[in-house]
Design a protein around this ligand. Structure first.
Ligand code: SF4
Ligand code: SF4
Length: 447
């Protein structure tokens, strides 16, 4: 296979073997509407495509020490276990010398049992499990086709995974129903589920004035005139998280994590931020450019990104054109570069740009104070978060530069907290408030 000179040495594809088909009907899941792209399809990846995909994925990343074979949906477990047994078989067949393979799957967990869990354990799958919090929160939006909450079924899946010691990453979306309850969520994942890997994903359902009324009802099958979700409009549904709310959500969890959980609980947003503080970018949302995280539909259509599965961003079909040619195509390279070249001046001059990089282009639909388009919807929240974590991140980055564990930050925070408590105890009513607000103590924290 010829690999174009400008092809990235490593890339990531989220493959959707059932397309948008899912057994649930989560109210914020705009991906359900992508079924409209393939009218009449059976929505099952055929064996010929599967074999070609795995071969292309592994052969075109010969120099990558590890290649991730990642499945998502819709709900990928609807393909049945035999599909994934075949995936493992094909991966072994096409694995390149010196290459290791990470299998991963993102699932709603409702169909998992001991047989699935044993299979995942045997083949070291990393399982991303969607849980939005304790039952009343989770069941607000994560419902089945009959509108019933799914928490209990997800927990049965979680228990099966636990029994087999499968590696699990909790995927929690952040939205109107849980964004004001950060510590309740975090402690539930950490203390009740015993989670060690947690990922928070902001829900931003973008709409136009025309599509808003329908979008508010959800994106599912059976909604008359349901719109195809595309990245257009500058309105959001009421389920979406608000910018400052998202910033406060992350900072509240960070404050607990940085005092007691560093090195034992991995929260993706904090790991990614620490990487940025060290100049190492690991999540496309916060990299200068993107374009190396693509999405593959059940019929072989390759799209620029999982968030751009829409006609204008279809690159081609990997059964007709080699996948690596599509990834290296001028259209896709430009897509990735646009993330950088479309930054508004407000981002270019921003003091936390090194950590933010303007966020994902899909959510850049605000106008800056100067009237320039292209500011990220979460900008205000990002600023709150990145400013708030700055001191602790500086400390941890410095520790890592000196080959020391970043967990030392917990003792640093304890010393800082003790000094602050002392300062509060000594402060007079007319002294500057020790919290650093710039106000007098009596106007701020004092009585
Ligand atoms: S925080 Fe806001 S202004 Fe700064 S880089 Fe991010 S989106 Fe741009
Ligand atoms: S569009 Fe957003 S999610 Fe997609 S690759 Fe770029 S930064 Fe990542």
């Amino acid at each position: 296979m010829t690999i174009p000179d400008n092809a990235p040495p490593r890339y990531h594809v989220l493959a959707k073997p059932t397309g948008a088909i899912c057994n649930l009907d989560c109210k914020y899941c705009f991906f359900l509407s992508k079924e409209l792209l393939y009218p009449g399809s059976r929505f099952r990846m055929a064996d010929e495509l599967l074999a070609s995909y795995i071969r292309q994925l592994l052969e075109t990343q010969k120099t990558a020490p590890e290649v991730n074979i990642a499945w998502q949906g819709g709900e990928p477990t609807l393909m049945g276990l035999d599909f994934f047994r075949r995936v493992v078989e094909l991966a072994a067949q096409y694995r390149q010398p010196g290459q290791s393979i990470l299998h991963s799957i993102q699932t709603n967990g409702t169909r998992l049992d001991d047989e699935w869990a044993a299979f995942f354990r045997q083949h070291n799958f990393l399982v991303g499990l969607s849980v939005d919090g304790p039952q009343p929160i989770h069941d607000t939006y994560r419902v089945d086709k009959g509108g019933q909450g799914t928490f209990e079924r997800v927990m049965q899946g979680w228990q099966a995974l636990r029994r087999r010691a499968v590696d699990v990453n909790i995927l929690c979306t952040v939205h109107a129903a849980n964004a004001d309850r950060p510590l309740e969520l975090y402690r539930f994942f950490r203390d009740e589920l015993g989670a060690e890997f947690i990922q928070f994903i902001p829900i931003i359902e973008r709409t136009t004035p025309e599509t808003l009324p329908l979008a508010e009802q959800g994106w599912t099958v059976g909604r008359a005139q349901r719109p195809l979700y595309t990245q257009h409009g500058d309105l959001v549904t009421t389920r979406s998280v608000r910018p400052e709310q998202y910033g406060r959500f992350l900072t509240a969890i960070f404050d607990e994590w940085v005092r007691r959980d560093v090195g034992r609980v991995y929260v993706q947003a904090f790991d990614v931020a620490l990487g940025c503080w060290l100049g190492q970018y690991t999540l496309c949302v916060h990299t200068p450019t993107c374009g190396n995280a693509l999405a593959l539909e059940h019929n072989g259509d390759l799209y620029a990104c999982d968030h751009y599965v829409e006609p204008d961003y279809r690159l081609g079909n990997i059964l007709e054109t080699p996948m690596i040619d599509l990834i290296a195509s001028p259209q896709q390279r430009q897509f990735g570069l646009n993330k950088l070249t479309s930054l508004p001046k407000q981002c270019l001059t921003c003091d936390v740009r090194f950590a933010c990089h303007g966020g994902c282009p899909k959510d850049r639909f605000l106008t800056t104070a100067d009237g320039e388009p292209g500011l990220h919807y979460l900008c205000a929240g990002y600023k709150i978060f990145f400013h708030h974590i700055s001191e602790a991140m500086n400390f941890m980055a410095e520790e890592l530069r000196h080959n020391r564990a970043p967990a030392g930050v917990m003792a640093y925070m304890a010393r800082k907290d003790a000094a602050l408590r002392q300062a509060f105890a000594k402060a007079g009513r007319n002294d500057p408030c020790p919290c650093g607000s710039g106000k007098k103590y009596k106007q701020c924290h004092g009585r």
